[in-house]
Design a protein around this ligand. Structure first.
Ligand code: PEP
Ligand code: MG
Length: 319
């Protein structure tokens, strides 16, 4: 099975009815790009930049160190796009104790991700400047985690402008970037039209979207049996974000674990998803599903699955 999958590495990811599907990699280290290319990735859909910040006891990485890391990630992809997500620490991705801000009783609901960045704009702009500088070396998309409020969106975009102005003032080279938001809080999914007014693209983070929709701690074994990607409430949010993005002609990606789950591929295709970002090890298996699928035919079935009270029961039936 592994060997026959390897034959698909150079096969374009096109459905039976001719839909081109983008298969991207989730990476955690700046040097992960070349291996992702070998695994068949067409780009990086999610570089989890927080791994540069975690597991170190000293100060946060300075702009130059971050720039070198992002530049390495960009150059490693040889002209293919790299989506760099700004730092998403907190909850399941804790910083070293010494750097952690205040202790939080409910860290998943606390000062996490973009909230953490906006609480320290100087630190945030250090990262933004490093990313904008790295964008000189290849196509970069800048992705923001855990946005929910319009005010946060406006603050975030203002920080990007300020970071750019700071580089201008220093006379330093910086590149153009596409700006995107993670849709991983139910409030964001419900406000998808507002998000599309501000952003060039969206990326659905199903890991957190499931956690926050179902009130299930994604890291708590005691409730793991209730962590259900096929809960109809989750599927409706995902379906609506994909549909609205398509109506507006904007790129929508799924970068949570479901994107790499071959049991979900046909459903996501049927809902109109055309961009998947996943652990590189999953790319060829997902591609195999895509090559066997007729995306247009899956549409009616996918809508039925999403409308069902028990989507899992319908998922095993064919379109
Ligand atoms: C997600 O929430 O689905 C996601 C991709 O981000 P992370 O797993 O890093 O929180
Ligand atoms: Mg997330």
């Amino acid at each position: 099975e592994r060997e026959s999958l390897a034959l698909l590495r150079h096969t374009p990811a096109v459905t039976l009815d001719g839909q081109h599907i983008e298969l991207l990699a989730n990476i955690e280290q700046p040097g992960d790009g070349p291996a992702a290319l070998v695994a068949g990735a067409q780009g990086v859909g999610l570089f989890r930049s927080e791994f540069l910040f975690m597991g170190r006891s000293g100060p946060m990485p300075a702009e130059e160190e971050q720039y070198q890391a992002y530049r390495q990630a960009v150059e490693g992809m040889q002209g293919r796009p790299v989506t760099i997500r700004t730092i998403d620490v907190g909850a399941d991705k804790p910083l070293d104790r010494a750097q952690a801000r205040e202790y939080s009783l409910n860290p998943a609901l606390g000062l996490r991700a973009i909230r953490w960045s906006l609480a320290d704009p100087g630190m945030f702009r250090t990262q933004l400047r490093a990313v904008l500088r790295a964008a000189v070396h290849g196509p970069v998309n800048l992705l923001f985690p855990m946005l929910a409020h319009q005010r946060e969106i406006e603050q975030t975009l203002a920080q990007v402008e300020l970071a750019r102005a700071e580089l201008e003032a220093r006379g330093m080279a910086h590149g153009a970037v596409q700006l995107g938001a993670m849709i991983e809080i139910p409030a964001a999914a419900l406000m998808v039209r507002m998000f599309l007014r501000y952003f060039d693209f969206l990326s659905i983070g199903t890991n957190d979207l499931i956690q926050y929709t179902l009130a299930i701690d994604r890291a708590d074994e005691a409730v793991a049996h209730l962590y259900d990607p096929l809960h109809p409430a989750v599927l409706r949010l995902v379906a609506e974000v994909i549909a609205e993005g398509r109506r507006q002609g904007k790129s929508i990606c799924v970068c949570g674990e479901v994107a790499g789950d071959v049991g979900m591929t046909r459903l996501l295709l049927g809902l109109g998803l055309r961009s998947f970002s996943m652990h590189p090890a999953q790319i060829l298996a997902v591609k195999q599903e895509i090559l066997r699928a007729n995306a247009a035919q899956l549409g009616t079935w996918a809508r039925q699955v999403v409308q069902a009270d028990d989507p899992a029961a319908l998922l095993s039936t064919s379109a």
